[in-house]
Design a protein around this ligand. Structure first.
Ligand code: UGA
Length: 443
């Protein structure tokens, strides 16, 4: 079993650390945030991720994982260091902010006195791995004995544990052939199943990650562009997606039309990719990603426009919103379409009431002009309009009959196209889907 360190305890880091410990590796995880380290060491995961708290608590109980803020502890306890820090969008530009990567590498390098392996998992602009490798060789006492492998991560929030333990593929960008076996030993369980292994160079490995996210984002905006067309001509975008999805070259997944993608990955990754392509003189070839981003953002305005069409004016109207998280099974509200729509409506003078089964504490930290309601039934009280914006199972299981008594108007816009039309319309509701006939979207 390997002696592993994990640098950074966000979604990626905590999940990777707990999963590696559950496989029997000895793991030390570092974060510069002392409060976070204290909470993790007590078995508390600071975000919502199904199955992760249990896995962490088991690993703590078995002694296979510990947390630290000390770089010296980290260097002493591990031979393989996984770099899992965040690379958010820069506050000043569409490019990625690499300051966490740079700071981690600068802290680690002087402590690398023995041969060791650094494994990059963060999502980075192509060329970063080569820079890290050069920096470590030049600035570590162990010099050329410090090796780097680029091993991008593809986990989805909400399925993070499953995706880490049983990934769709393992990609290793390497410079030294000998490093492959260190990683294949660490990932032996997944590789003994049917997870394919792709061994390549740094640049390809870095690009695999951003290409995958750019492709997924493009699929979503592609189908959302057709949702506009469907609304215009009375076609059904869901049936369209089913029909083209039967073609295995296309596939049905990530073709659900609605209010589009959000979160801490897809939006910033397509912007960072465009920024990097522009730096490399290739901006015209990546212009399509600007369009993908614009179609995606326009979906939020479109729902507001539908609300205005429905209500005449939104000023002073009560609007109930189901969902705040950018997707179900997560409490992440970064770049959340649901939250953005709520804020646009509040800005337009609406009284916005919002429910989410897990993300309300995140909403409350931002001090927004939105009334956060914990009880799902109560969110409907007095509503002139209801918007379904995050597809939690809980909302599909609502009884529209019993909710009817609470609202002022039985009108709902389904921004995720997944509520049961027969159920809601039999209870007397007017349901508007995005890009589906029978709906009011093309009023
Ligand atoms: C995404 C990728 O799916 C992961 O493979 C990747 O590892 C991760 O980014 C990352 O870079 O770390 P995630 O951000 O967790 O994962 O979320 P997704 O499941 O990809 O969903 C992204 C957004 O697309 C959500 O807002 C979701 O509601 C939306 N979506 C998804 C649609 O609007 N339509 C669809 O058909 C599918």
């Amino acid at each position: 079993m390997a002696r592993i360190s994990v640098i950074g305890t966000g979604y990626l880091g905590v999940t990777h650390a707990a999963c590696m410990a559950s496989l029997g590796h000895d793991v030390v995880a570092l974060d510069v945030d002392e409060a976070k380290v204290t909470s993790l060491a007590a078995g508390i995961v600071p975000f919502h991720e199904p199955g992760l708290p249990e896995l962490l608590q088991e690993s703590l109980a078995s002694g296979k994982i510990n947390f630290t803020t000390s770089w010296a502890d980290l260097a002493a306890q591990a031979d393989v260091h996984f770099l899992c820090v965040g690379t958010p969008q820069s506050p000043e530009s569409p490019a990625a902010d690499l300051s966490q990567i740079q700071s981690a590498i600068r802290s680690l390098a002087p402590l690398l006195t023995k041969p060791c392996l650094i494994v990059g998992k963060s999502t980075v602009p192509v060329g970063t791995a080569q820079w890290i490798s050069d920096y470590l060789v030049a600035n570590s006492p162990a010099g050329n004995d410090v090796h780097l492998v680029w091993n991008p991560e593809f986990l989805r929030e909400g399925f993070a544990v499953q995706d880490t333990l049983h990934p769709d593929r393992i990609v290793l960008g390497i410079k030294n052939e000998a490093d492959v076996s260190t990683l294949t030993d660490i990932y032996a369980t997944a590789l003994s199943g049917d997870t394919p292994l792709v061994v390549t160079d740094y640049a390809t490995a870095e690009l695999v990650k951003v290409a995958a996210n750019a492709f997924l984002a493009t699929k979503i905006s592609f189908i959302n562009a057709f949702a506009y067309l469907a609304d215009e001509v009375g076609a059904d975008v869901s049936t369209l997606a089913d029909a083209i999805g039967h073609d295995t070259r296309i596939g049905r997944r990530f073709l659900n039309a609605g209010i589009g993608f959000g979160g801490g990955c897809l939006p910033k990754d397509i912007r960072a990719l465009r920024a990097r392509a522009t730096e490399l003189g290739l901006s015209e070839h990546f212009e399509f990603l600007k369009n993908v981003d614009e179609v995606n953002k326009s979906r939020r305005d479109y729902v507001v426009e539908l609300a205005i069409r429905n209500l005449g004016s939104i000023a002073g109207k009560t609007i109930a919103i189901l969902g705040a998280a950018f997707k179900p099974d997560s409490d992440d509200i970064r770049d959340s379409p649901a939250l953005d729509i709520a804020l646009l409506l509040a800005k337009g003078g609406a009284n916005v009431r919002m429910h989410d089964p897990v993300a309300l504490p995140q909403v409350l930290t931002r001090n927004l002009p939105i009334l956060a309601i914990e009880n799902v039934e109560e969110v409907f009280d007095g509503a002139d309009l209801v918007l379904h914006l995050t597809e939690w199972k809980l909302y599909r299981e609502l009884d529209p009959q019993s909710i009817s008594k609470r609202v002022a108007n039985k009108v709902i816009i389904d921004g995720r196209n997944c509520l049961d039309l027969a159920l809601w319309s039999n209870a007397g509701w007017q349901v508007t889907y995005l890009g589906k006939p029978g709906s009011q979207a093309a009023l």
